[in-house]
Design a protein around this ligand. Sequence first.
Ligand code: ADP
Ligand code: XUL
Length: 544
Amino acid sequence: MAAAQNSLLFLGFDFSTQQVKSTGALRTEESFYFVAMLCCSGLVCVRTQGGVHLHADRLTVTSPVLMWVKALDLLLDKMKRAGLDLSRVRALSGSGQQHGSVYWRRGASGTLKQLDPDQSLNQLLQVCVFSVSHSPVWMDSSSTQQCQHLQAAAGGALRLAEITGSRAYERFTGNQIAKVHQTRPADYQDTERISLVSSFAASLFLGDYAAIDYSDGSGMNLLDIRTRSWSEVCLEASASHLDRLLGAPLPSTSILGPVSSYFVRRYGFSEDCRVVAFTGDNPASLAGMRLQQGDIAVSLGTSDTVFLWIRHPRPALEGHVFCNPVDWQAYMALLCFKNGSLTRERIRNECAGGSWELFSAALRETPLGNNGYIGFYFDTVEITPAAVGIRRFAADDREVSSLGPQAEVRALLEGQFLSRRLHAERLGYSVGKRSRVLATGGASSNGDILQVLSDVFDAPVYTIDVSDSACLGSAYRALHGLVADSGVSFSETVKNAPEPQLAATPHPTARKVYDHMLQRYARLEERVLREAPPLSHSDQSAVL
Ligand code: ADP
Ligand code: XUL
């Protein structure tokens, strides 16, 4: 990396579903800095499918904790081999896929504090460190019973949303912890600390248990998002001794401490390098995209997410409100759609011979509005809305059983983006003259997909050069963490960072086509939900 010797380096890590990645932000003396992807490690071969295990009940989804540990070993070894001078890193931070939980066995903190720099983390943490070796992750939907119990204890779904920012969701950590507590009492008893994936990763760097930050903590159905402390009602309804097991939550901008001596001795980090609280991947993306009020961010990763910066939380039965990761007085709203990239990959395989090129060609060769064809593609139980199955409709709303391959590709994309827009509008988003859509995630590298996004939202779409905005946001947050206590705002800290690049502008006819189509989509979605049998346990397990 070509850089001035006296420049300062800030590192961001992202522990996502399919990879562990890292990005660096460099700040020179002239206060100008740029960003470079330092390296990125693929998934370690631990016989997972895309980083997860889908269990026989088809509801339980876990990831081996050691997969993240091994991936971090590989990533840091790769950085070292690339000749990076890690002694220049002044601060690091990171993000993790949201909601997943890691269970540290009694005595694990002693192990963390005395890591032998001659051995890899994987060697050191392999035995007796985790009381649950396979962590429940965000794709899990097996905790319906626990959700019902929590909602009843809190005084109903809306009341729970008012306290924690969300009604009860199966993937939210409190319900996952409650399930472990009930189904694995001995392992729970043997646990001395519970981390989120983000605070677990921070703990590795810190050599001690890292606090859960307010923003990722908001994805647990346990944190009171207004007082920013654990809600006693929710803790009590979920599992025993939770306040002790979770530790006190901290502001997302907190400096947790210096990097552990393990990283100083094994990888040459400076003893002065600070670890800034890690957060969730979506909050970190908000930072990476430098989202402003009025913008909407659309992340096209394994799951698709849509998020907005908001001042005043208005929790509802749909979507989530989290504490804002860069401004403790603000909030962010988030919608999560489970059928994102994996569904696009399925349709690519079935309709475009497995080629993104042909998939893109299909988008270019079909008209805006797809001659009235609209599709709903919920391969697995969708989060927003709670539905499963595939439905296709012609222009007169008559159901059709199949579409030609090119029309199918466009129906999928338009359906996905109409759904993102419809549900964002219900959360308070409105397409205005100065609206910008900021796109990120793996599929944002595809210009034809971004064109459909731009048309459906009737707004210009911007991307950032770095493909992983969560990583980049973590590097920015590391930098901000050093100055946040002296009152410097996040936007001030990153004001010289590269601006997002314009990637697509809406077609002149887009507004007319999609305003009308959005109304039809809303009506058809109601019909799909009305006509679907209630989601029973076995329906939920449907993976088409
Ligand atoms: P994660 O949620 O693990 O962070 P990413 O944001 O890295 O996921 O996105 C990974 C997804 O990006 C892959 O599953 C793949 O379907 C999608 N993807 C990668 N390249 C393209 C492309 N050219 N067109 C559409 N989708 C793509
Ligand atoms: C958000 C969610 C996912 C995960 C994985 O609520 O469940 O976006 O954070 O990326």
